[in-house]
Design a protein around this ligand. Structure first.
Ligand SMILES: Cc1cc2nc3c(=O)[nH]c(=O)nc-3n(C[C@H](O)[C@H](O)[C@H](O)COP(=O)(O)OP(=O)(O)OC[C@H]3O[C@@H](n4cnc5c(N)ncnc54)[C@H](O)[C@@H]3O)c2cc1C
Ligand code: HEM
Length: 363
């Protein structure tokens, strides 16, 4: 029923979104402040997210963890429990207003029920979280490594627990207020609490360009809600392969830093690829690590730089040239395209999918 009823309005999604936000902001003007200044960029982001969640989470019990962390994460947007009812009401009203005569009262009930189950799980997650909704962190170093890439370090004002390989939400309020994006710290948790980020400015990217081109030492950013499961299993005795594309190196370096603290027995291979050598922005440090730790080897590749002295081609093809890899743990991180092609390659090489963890920058 949820899919059937959505299909009645799907064609007019833009209008439904316009109505949805207008409905919310007219009834509760204060809620406008929760959303980004430029709503056109984000158009339908929240509406799309809710519709997708309601339709795909047919069995919300299976998605309990996801929904709890989504609710916990929503606290960074300043979402309060009473807002859920407002948004749920606006969602159903805006669909009904655009569906025409085919809309039935049973659809109202189906959406209300599904939304209520999801909202209850998100609220439970938010309530159970002992952490603050976000942390302020001061920029203590900022270095441009290439035209489009910056490496910067921040110091959160309060301790922040995360696991190596996880990612955090980041907002740069001075430049792009209320726009949050996820970035992976490039270090394991440290005693001094600092976090290092590797960011690449993508095309017309709002947040990444601000972080690369405008952020300065002394600025405050906000970080929130460590998430993600690309972490090390300390019990695993298998050798490990890390495949990173561009700034996908960040979580890989975080995992390597954790390994340097305890690993004595596992061979670790890092494959680091980029379009050209300028984008292999952290090679010096990777080579330093490889020189220091005998269990670590590094292979680099460029796909668009014919005179580069390392490997040539896409990193997924380069990984396939080495091996065999059937007994290894894999960690893959980078753009959606790079992650997809690597996963496809690994499937061809018969690496069992349970041994592969990955983070894709754009799903
Ligand atoms: C789990 C996870 C971890 C991440 N970790 C990192 C990290 O450590 N370092 C890092 O640099 N990025 C990382 N990202 C990507 C980051 O979250 C943003 O998506 C990216 O910085 C673009 O945000 P933006 O606001 O600048 O672009 P937006 O304003 O959101 O997008 C602007 C335009 O660029 C396009 N676009 C968005 N992302 C990409 C992309 N990756 N490649 C090409 N085009 C794109 C969009 O389609 C849109 O047209 C991570 C993403 C995820 C999901
Ligand atoms: C069933 C309930 C809800 C679901 C499934 C849901 C889901 C989502 C998802 C998946 C995102 C994108 C997250 C991201 O990009 O980081 C999002 C963003 C957001 N949500 Fe929700 N949400 C719900 C309820 C609410 C409510 C009640 C509010 C309160 C007003 C709210 C406010 C926001 C805001 C402000 C954003 C950021 C939007 C933007 O950047 O344009 N959400 N939501």
């Amino acid at each position: 029923m949820l899919k059937e009823s959505w299909s009645l309005v799907e064609e007019h999604q833009d209008k439904v979104a316009g109505y949805f936000y207008a409905r919310i902001f007219l009834s509760y003007p204060d809620l406008r402040d929760l959303f980004p200044v430029q709503m056109d960029v984000q158009r339908a982001r929240l509406l799309g997210a809710i519709v997708q969640a309601v339709q795909t989470l047919e069995d919300p019990e299976r998605f309990d963890d996801y929904l709890r962390s989504l609710g916990r994460d929503h606290r960074k947007f300043h979402v309060e429990p009473e807002h859920y009812e407002v948004v749920g009401g606006a969602l159903i009203e805006s669909m009904r207003a655009h569906a025409g005569e085919q809309w039935g009262v049973e659809y109202d009930q189906a959406w209300a029920d599904a939304y209520a189950v999801i909202a209850a799980k998100m609220l439970a997650g938010a309530e159970a979280d002992p952490n603050p909704p976000y942390w302020y962190a001061e920029v203590v170093a900022h270095e441009r490594r290439s035209q489009d890439i910056a490496v910067f370090t921040v110091l959160p004002l309060q301790p922040l627990d995360f696991r190596a390989g996880q990612y955090l939400s980041v907002e740069a309020p001075r430049y792009q207020p209320r726009l949050w994006r996820t970035y992976s710290p490039a270090n394991a948790p440290r005693r001094d609490n600092t976090l290092e980020f590797h960011v690449r400015a993508v095309g017309a990217g709002w947040v990444s360009s601000a972080l690369v081109r405008r952020l300065q030492v002394g600025d405050m950013i906000k970080v929130a809600a460590p998430m993600g499961t690309m972490t090390l299993d300390r019990r695993s005795t298998r050798d490990a392969v890390f495949v990173a594309g561009g700034t996908g190196l960040a979580p890989v370096k975080s995992l390597l830093e954790e390994l340097t603290r305890y690993n004595r027995t596992r061979w670790v291979h890092v494959f680091f690829g980029a379009r050209n050598r300028e984008d292999l922005y952290d090679l010096a440090d990777l080579n330093r690590l490889a020189a220091r730790y005998p269990w670590l080897s590094v292979v680099t590749a460029c796909s668009d730089d014919p005179t580069f002295p390392g490997e040539q081609g896409d990193i997924s093809d380069v990984v396939a040239k080495y091996g065999p890899w059937k007994e290894h743990d894999f960690f893959v991180s980078g753009s959606g395209r790079m992650v997809r092609s690597t996963l496809k390659r690994l499937a061809e090489l018969q690496v069992p999918s349970v041994r592969i963890k990955y983070d894709s920058f754009n799903e």
